[in-house]
Ligand binder design. Structure first.
Ligand code: 13P
Ligand code: SF4
Length: 354
C-alpha cells in the first residue's frame, strides 16, 4: 500500500530539522516506507561498520532489530545515542540463546573436558550478553558475510567451535564452505540435560552448534527449490545461509543480503532468479531488476515477512524522528558498561578479521 503522504512529509521535515545530528541506518529487510529514509542501507556487517564510522552523528536511528541497535551502541562512542523506533522489534533467533543457557552450556563443555580447546563464535544475531560471553572466552562475532573467515580464525585458536545461536549458518559454513562433514557437527539443545549430548559426542565434534534458527528462513524447504526449478527451467536459486542445510545444498548460490544484491547487479539481462530470503527485500529486488530484463521471484510463496523487522513502520519512524527533533530521546538502546566491554572485544575481533 502507498504510504500516507502526510507521514512521509513529517518524516522528511523531522529529518531536515535534525540535519547532521541524526544518521539513519536501514537493514535490507525493512519496509519500503522506512528504508527510503535511510542514509545507508546494508547487511548486518555493513551496518555495524557504518554505525562505527559516524562519530559526528549525535543520534543513530536504527531501522532494524534490537541486536543490531545494541551492536551499534557498543561500537559507537558513549556520547552517541542509538534509537530503535519500536522496542518490540526483536529477533526470535537471538532470543533462542539466553545468557543463563549459554553459561550452563559452558559448564557442560567444561565437565566434558573440552572447554579449554573450544572457541565460541557467535552470529551477530545474538544479544549483547551472548556477545560478551563470546568476548570473555576468547571468541569472535561473525555475520553471514564473514562466517567462513571467522571460523577459520577460530580454528587457528582452538580445536573446536561453539557456534551460537544459528545452527544453520554454522553447519552451512562448516560443511559447504569449509569441507567439514555433517558428522563433524553436533547440536546442543539448551532444553535438554547436558544439551542432549554425551561427553564422548562433545569430544568427537569439531562444531558444536547451538539449537537456534531463523523462523523466516527456516521455512524454505527442499520442495521450494525443486518446485521452482520445475516451474521455471534454467532458474538460478540464490539463498541466505540461514536456510536449512538441504536448501543450501540444493541452491546455486548462497550468501548474505548484501551478497544477494551484488549477485543480481552483476547478473546478465535475461537471467532468472529465485531468492530465498525475507520478502520485503525480494519484492524490492524484483521491482528494481525487472526493467533490466532480470526476472526475480520469491523462492516460496508461503514464506512471509520477518514480523519483527516489519515492526519498524513509518508511524514509529516519524515518532522517533520528531521526538529527537524536539530534543527528546525515545527508545534509547544502551548496553551496560561491563557487558559492552567484552561484547566490544568480540565485535572488534570480527572487524579485524582478514
Ligand atoms: P544479513 O543482512 O547479514 O544477511 O542478515 C540477515 C538477517 O537475518 C538479519 O536479521
Ligand atoms: Fe531474526 Fe530471522 Fe528476522 Fe533476521 S529474519 S531478524 S534472523 S527472525
Amino acid at each position: 500500500a502507498p504510504s500516507d503522504p502526510d507521514l512521509v512529509e513529517r518524516a522528511r521535515a523531522a529529518k531536515e530539522r535534525l540535519g547532521e545530528k541524526v544518521f539513519v541506518l536501514g537493514h535490507h529487510y525493512q519496509r519500503d516506507e522506512v528504508i527510503r529514509f535511510a542514509d545507508v542501507t546494508g547487511d548486518s556487517f555493513k551496518l555495524a561498520r557504518d554505525a562505527a564510522a559516524r562519530p559526528e552523528a549525535e543520534y543513530i536511528v536504527f531501522c532494524g532489530v534490537h541486536f543490531m541497535a545494541e551492536s551499534a551502541d557498543i561500537l559507537t562512542s558513549d556520547r552517541q545515542q542509538v534509537v530503535l523506533p519500536d522496542l518490540a522489534a526483536g529477533c526470535s533467533m537471538a532470543d533462542m540463546a539466553t545468557a543463563e543457557q549459554v553459561a550452563e552450556c559452558w559448564d557442560v563443555l567444561t565437565e566434558a573436558g573440552v572447554a579449554g580447546t573450544t572457541v565460541p563464535v557467535s552470529y551477530m544475531n545474538s544479544s549483547a550478553d551472548i556477545k560478551a560471553f563470546t568476548g570473555r572466552h576468547g571468541g569472535t562475532i561473525c555475520t553471514s558475510s564473514n562466517a567462513r573467515r571467522a571460523l577459520e580464525w577460530a580454528f587457528s585458536q582452538g580445536e573446536k567451535v561453539l557456534f551460537l545461536p544459528d545452527q544453520h549458518l554454522g553447519r552451512n559454513t562448516a560443511v559447504r564452505d569449509m569441507g567439514m562433514s555433517l558428522e563433524d557437527c553436533v547440536v546442543y539443545n539448551p532444553h535438554k540435560p547436558n544439551g542432549g549430548l554425551t561427553a564422548e559426542e562433545l569430544r568427537a565434534a569439531k562444531m558444536i552448534l547451538w539449537r537456534g534458527h531463523c523462523s523466516v528462513h527456516g521455512r524454505f524447504s527442499l520442495d521450494s527449490v525443486n518446485d521452482v526449478r520445475e516451474r521455471v527451467p534454467g532458474i538460478n536459486v540464490l539463498v541466505h545461509p540461514e536456510c536449512r542445510h538441504e536448501v543450501v545444498a540444493a541452491a546455486d548460490h548462497v550468501g548474505s543480503t548484501e551478497y544477494i544484491i551484488k549477485t543480481l547487479e552483476a547478473a546478465p539481462a535475461g537471467s532468472k532468479w529465485a531468492i530465498g530470503t525475507e520478502l520485503n527485500l525480494v519484492r524490492r529486488l524484483a521491482d528494481r531488476f525487472a526493467p533490466e530484463g532480470k526476472e526475480v521471484v520469491f523462492l516460496d510463496r508461503t514464506v512471509c515477512f520477518c514480523s519483527t523487522m516489519n515492526r519498524i513502520d513509518l508511524p514509529h519512524l516519524v515518532w522517533a524522528l520528531e521526538s529527537l527533533a524536539d530534543g527528546r530521546v525515545v527508545n534509547r538502546i544502551q548496553v551496560d558498561p561491563e557487558t559492552e566491554k567484552f561484547a566490544k572485544l568480540a565485535l572488534e575481533r570480527m572487524l579485524a578479521l582478514p
